[in-house]
Design a protein around this ligand. Structure first.
Ligand code: GTP
Length: 677
């Protein structure tokens, strides 16, 4: 048999090889010529790239699939073609013609004819799964290395085999110190062996444990940590390794603590607020019930605190409240609670007092401590308070009763001259209920139309003609009949009803004056105003005038000297009212010790001499007041004139107007009086 030539041998070998390649299910083989055109494409290539041989053969390779790094692939191919190397192997990420993304391991080797490379064979294997695993491992090791939490890997004996970089930062221990250590030994910084034991039991049982741990850094510094332990199990389910992640939660704990503190404390004084006070009181009550002991509540309300705000501003008021808080805390034991309950009200809980005499002793020390003057912004301010005391169990068995009764006792202390303390007694309970009932009825009085105005004439001394009608408020209380302002205004103020009542009075009075005008009587209507919301008065007046159509000069506002002295912005408000054209008068003149020098700064047109001077026919005061008024070009009216002798005296002194019983009798029965109904 003739032997084959070497060329024939080679061709035969290649044809066997190709036959084998055609069949190989794992390796995708293709071959390209020097024009990058596909010359060979086995079945596996078809499967890998989603294109069969018939479609691939004769096509440029670049049309069949694309490489993520096309330039890189071209460069390698070029190298295979020209470098003389027997083969080059590289991983490529490719996108197939049918849209899949794959990683292939590609080995390229040149086929030479003589010196020239004629074709390049490529053998590609799908390595996507391996590549993904590698990427995941790479990612995991980055997470391990770059995590800001300390990560520890342990062997099945819980001895440390690896720690990440953050471990040293979080715990202060180096990797050298840790390797081979038992994770729960003192060296690793966990303080609680019992907890450690429990957590390992749970890890072995459930595969996982997490919770807060008391940790300690290498230098002994303790810190709160959050530890998550996980068992890494092998295929048989046995713990092959353990992983621990430890985070330093000091910042989180601090901010949680701050948030809780803010929710339970008053921002101004940093004393426990109402929420914390009630919580402590509830605990103290439970303890007192259990031990059959007593406790006391002191309800402290500062006296005339509003004046500090009004005269020196809120800032001074705040400084005073802070000082009061400090002094109160100094008067009690650490087991007691001093709380700012709201505004200028403080509540003190004396837990476990021996008896009412001890509570009285504390209340006395508080009054004494507060009595020391306090300097704010260079002003020496007196402080005083009224204190009400209720005792458990005598005055009540629950929180609400005890606080309400301490409040009632405090109210009583206020009414008994302030700057004192009072123990609760059942009689006060009746008074407190009465007050609450009064406030409740007042709340509905406006809507129910229970307020009316009654008018007192001011008569011109010379002509005998009425010129001003002073409106006086009356309340037809369904429970107690007609009430004068002094019987209900304090309660209305406490209930926050004064702004609404002032608005109603102004509108009703202006409306009445308009009706008198329509009937031919141009009487000025006079309205008394209070210090409550004094600054808003120009606005309220403007609304009343606009609503009724009364010209501004038809309205006179009567203010007391006390109000002018108390309100820091009185002058600005009076100027605004004067600018509106409203008349201004000072009521009860002579009783308020106003500084006469200040009068000239106020745009006031009239002084009303208080009835106490008129009644006593106090010559000196009457003539002095009239002289002051004249020098300031003001009118003078005398209040409370009851006899013709008094009127005669006023006439002699040149008084302009008079008011009182005599004035009322003067118009009684006349047609004019009918207009006032
Ligand atoms: N500066 C300041 N004032 C406050 C604060 N909270 C409430 N107030 C004021 O405290 C005052 C409390 O008023 P009251 O207790 O009714 O008035 P008072 O002048 O003390 O009167 P009596 O209690 O009858 O003696 C009100 O004017 C509030 O505006 C605060 O945080 N800072």
């Amino acid at each position: 048999m003739p032997s084959n030539s070497p060329v024939q041998d080679a061709l035969e070998l290649i044809s066997h090889l190709v036959g084998a390649m055609e069949l190989t299910p794992l390796v995708a083989v293709h071959c390209i010529d020097d024009g990058r055109t596909v010359r060979f494409w086995n079945d596996s290539c078809g499967l890998l790239y989603g294109i069969n041989g018939a479609s691939a053969l004769g096509k440029p390779l670049s049309g069949l699939f694309t490489f993520d790094d096309q330039d890189g692939h071209d460069a390698v191919l070029e190298q295979v073609w020209t470098s003389g190397q027997p083969s080059v192997a590289t991983d490529w990420r490719v996108r197939t013609g049918d849209g899949r993304e794959l990683w292939v391991y590609s080995m390229m080797f040149p086929v030479r004819h003589g010196d020239a490379v004629r074709q390049v064979f490529c053998m590609d294997v799908d390595v996507t799964a391996r590549k993904q695993l590698e990427l995941q491992l790479q990612l995991s090791s980055q997470v391990f290395e770059y995590s800001r939490d300390a990560i520890v890997l342990m062997n099945p004996q819980r001895r440390i085999v690896a720690v990440n970089r953050a471990f040293a930062q979080v715990t202060g221990y180096t990797e050298q110190q840790m390797l081979g250590e038992d994770f729960i030994s003192a060296q690793t910084g966990f303080d609680d062996p019992v907890l450690c034991h429990q957590m390992w039991r749970q890890v072995d049982q459930d595969g996982h444990w997490q919770g807060e741990v008391a940790s300690r850094r290498a230098d002994g510094d303790p810190f709160p940590g959050w530890l998550a332990l996980t068992a890494i199990r092998d295929a048989q389910g046995k713990a092959a390794n353990y992983m621990g992640i430890l985070s330093d939660i000091s910042d989180r704990k601090k901010s949680e603590e701050q948030t809780r503190h803010m929710a339970e404390h008053d921002f101004l004084t940093d004393l426990p607020n109402r929420v914390l006070f009630l919580d402590r009181l509830s605990l103290a009550l439970m303890a007192a019930r259990r031990h059959q002991s007593m406790l006391a509540i002191l309800y402290i309300d500062l006296d005339h605190f509003k004046q500090v705000n009004d005269t020196l501003g809120h800032h001074a008021g705040d400084a005073l409240l802070k000082e009061v808080a400090l002094r109160l805390v100094r008067c009690v034991r650490s087991a007691d609670t001093v709380s700012r309950y709201g505004g200028d009200e403080f509540l003190v809980l004396l837990a476990d007092v021996g008896g009412s005499d001890q509570a009285a002793h504390v209340a006395g020390s508080i009054l004494q401590a507060l009595a020391q003057p306090c300097t704010v912004d260079g002003h020496v301010l007196p402080i005083a308070a009224s204190i009400g005391i209720s005792m458990y169990p005598t005055d009540g068995g629950n929180i609400d009763d005890l606080i309400a009764r301490a409040d009632a006792a405090m109210y009583h202390a206020k009414n008994s001259g302030r700057n004192s303390f009072q123990f609760f007694n059942p009689h006060m309970h009746a008074q407190a209920s009465e007050r609450a009932g009064l406030e409740q009825r007042l709340r509905t009085a406006l809507d129910a139309g229970e307020f009316t105005l009654h008018y007192l004439p001011e008569i011109d001394v010379r002509s005998g003609r009425p010129v001003v009608m002073e409106a006086l408020l009356r309340w037809r209380d369904p429970a107690r009949g007609v009430q004068a302002p002094e019987q209900f205004l304090a309660a209305a103020e406490a209930a926050g009803l004064m702004p609404a009542i002032t608005q109603w009075v102004l509108r009703a009075a202006c409306g009445a004056a308009q009706r008198w005008r329509a009937a031919g009587q141009e009487w000025v209507v006079a309205v008394n105003v209070s210090a409550v919301q004094f600054a808003q008065l120009p606005h309220v007046v403007e609304q009343a005038l606009a609503a009724t159509g009364l010209p501004a000069e038809g309205l006179e506002l009567e203010l007391t000297e006390e109000l002018l002295m108390k309100c820091p912005d009185a002058q600005a408000v009076l100027q605004a009212l004067h600018g509106q054209g409203v008349r201004l008068a000072i009521d009860d003149f002579g009783t308020g010790y106003s500084r006469l020098g200040l009068l000239k700064d106020y745009p006031v047109g009239k002084l009303k001499i208080d009835r106490s001077f008129t009644g006593a026919q106090d010559d000196a005061v009457i003539s002095a007041t009239i002289a002051v008024a004249r020098s300031l070009q003001m009118q003078v009216a005398a209040e409370g004139v009851e006899t013709t002798a008094q009127l005669e005296l006023l006439r002699q002194h040149g008084c302009d107007l008079y008011q009182g019983l005599l004035a009322e009798q003067h118009i009684k029965g006349s047609k004019l009086a009918q207009l006032l109904r």
